[in-house]
Design a protein around this ligand. Structure first.
Ligand code: PMP
Length: 453
């Protein structure tokens, strides 16, 4: 590490006081939170004003795929800022064209046109609009165990409980069950059976909704926030075939799984499946400047060849965001960062987590690939009862709160959601860092074990 954290608690207290006075935080009861004041970050670490360092096993919100403060990306933003900070989306500019080319080159199949947004939810909103205009149909099918963003349509598509308070305008959204063998909605006992039953359930849902009313099916290629559930072999190919049969647009949401996280550029590459629309954000530029987008098939792009696309954003293809995406993608290619994510997952994190699981009664299942892993924590290994009730808060959530606190005491920043902890370090994580994080996790799981039966 080139920058060493120093201790300045008074500065930290001032930052915190100003935050409490004026910042309104996402997903939070404003009076019940106590955000950590952050002084700096580099690579796989960030640190507070007491000089305490945290190994970032959350990648913030699973976005810093290239680590914090990558020098090539920082330099690219600085150079672009000196040259051209902003320009409306209607102009052709070098950085926008080049960022679009680099993304299109990596997305599967003929997804060769890129519509840029400021983040993931806007990408989902626009993908849905494109599908509706392309098909002339209105309904969109999405999975219960999913997260697609917090804007109006994206939160309705989201399956997890964050949808509930905003579920006021879900006209046209229909949820279905996607495969998840460990907690199988189909009571299946093998991956093949789970896959077959999940596809049959989707077909039944389509039949009863009316195929002629369905514009799109949206799925996260590997659902992220909902628990990193790698679909069984054949499932995504089966959904592709169903979409083709009924003229339904297939949208894969790769906002979290894309850009190296799974050890490939896109998670779809693991399954040999090409959607009609692919949404991305986060890892495209590690979130250094807000950026997302939709990669569009030739057929859907042609719909808007002679007819205007009725959507746009002031900052679509923002020069600073595009410059950071170019630098990120080039650095990932030059430095073998995607390959590193695959190798660390296969050789260090996967085996390490499985070994840890054997020692801890609270670990029900280990699942994932690349630098995209989840531990499903349980109260009872036999019944698989989750360590905390579904959508728990307050005292009900104490077991997970104890576990997260133990991670932080040990110097690890975890990604905790409901009864799971996700192991999602940067794609640049070294073997030594991965092992350091696994050791802290191993010890912290004792706090979860204390709540098992
Ligand atoms: N889709 C997926 C799969 C996501 O994981 C997220 C964010 N976690 C989003 C969409 C929304 O992205 P954003 O927060 O950038 O709007």
């Amino acid at each position: 590490m080139s920058v060493q954290p120093s201790s300045d608690p008074a500065a930290g207290a001032a930052v915190k006081a100003a935050d409490r006075a004026h910042v309104f935080h996402s997903w939070s009861a404003q009076g019940l939170i106590d955000p950590l004041a952050i002084a700096g970050a580099e690579g796989s670490y960030f640190w507070d004003y007491d000089g305490k360092r945290y190994l970032d096993f959350s990648c913030q919100l699973v976005n810093t795929n290239i680590g914090h403060q990558h020098p090539k990306v920082v330099a690219a933003i600085q150079e672009q800022a000196a040259k051209l900070c902003t320009i409306a989306p209607g102009f052709a500019v070098d950085v926008r064209s080049e960022a679009a080319r680099l993304v299109a080159e990596r997305t599967p199949g003929d997804l060769d046109k890129i519509f840029f947004t400021n983040g993931g939810a806007e990408a989902v909103e626009n993908a849905v609009r494109m599908a509706r205009l392309h098909t002339g149909r209105s309904k969109v099918l999405s999975a219960y165990r999913s997260y697609h963003g917090a804007t109006a349509a994206a939160i309705n598509l989201t399956g997890d409980p964050r949808r509930w308070p905003s579920d006021t305008a879900s006209a046209g959204v229909v949820h279905f069950w996607a495969p998840f063998l460990y907690r199988s909605p189909f009571h299946a006992d093998s991956e093949a059976q789970e896959c077959e039953r999940a596809l049959r359930h989707l077909e039944d849902t389509i039949a009863f909704e009316g195929p002629q009313t369905i514009a799109a099916i949206i799925l996260e290629t590997i659902p992220g926030t909902a628990g990193i559930m790698v679909p069984p072999p054949g499932y995504l190919a089966g959904v592709r075939e169903i979409c083709d049969r009924y003229g339904i647009v297939f949208i894969l949401d790769e906002v979290m799984a894309g850009f190296g996280r799974t050890g490939h550029w896109f998670a779809a590459d693991h399954f040999g499946v090409t959607p009609d629309l692919l949404t991305f954000a986060k890892g495209v530029n590690s979130g250094y400047v807000p950026l997302g987008g939709v990669a569009i098939s030739a057929e859907i792009a042609a719909t808007f060849d002679q007819r205007p696309y009725p959507g746009g954003l002031t900052y679509s293809g923002h020069p600073l965001a595009c410059a950071s995406a170019i630098a990120t993608i080039n650095a990932m290619a030059e430095e073998g960062i995607v390959e590193n994510a695959a190798a660390i997952g296969e050789n260090v994190i996967g085996p390490g987590l499985r070994e840890i699981a054997e020692r801890h009664p609270s670990v029900g299942e280990v699942r994932g690939l690349g630098v995209f892993w989840a531990l499903d924590l349980v109260r009872d290994e036999e019944t698989r009862e989750p360590l905390v009730p579904y959508n728990a808060s307050g005292a009900d959530n104490q077991p997970m709160a104890d576990f997260a606190a133990a991670c932080k005491r040990g110097g690890l920043w975890p990604f905790v959601n409901m009864n799971r902890t996700h192991v999602v370090p940067p794609c640049t994580v070294t073997e030594a860092e991965a092992k350091e994080g696994l050791a802290i996790l191993d010890e912290a799981l004792g706090a979860a074990d204390a709540h098992t039966v």
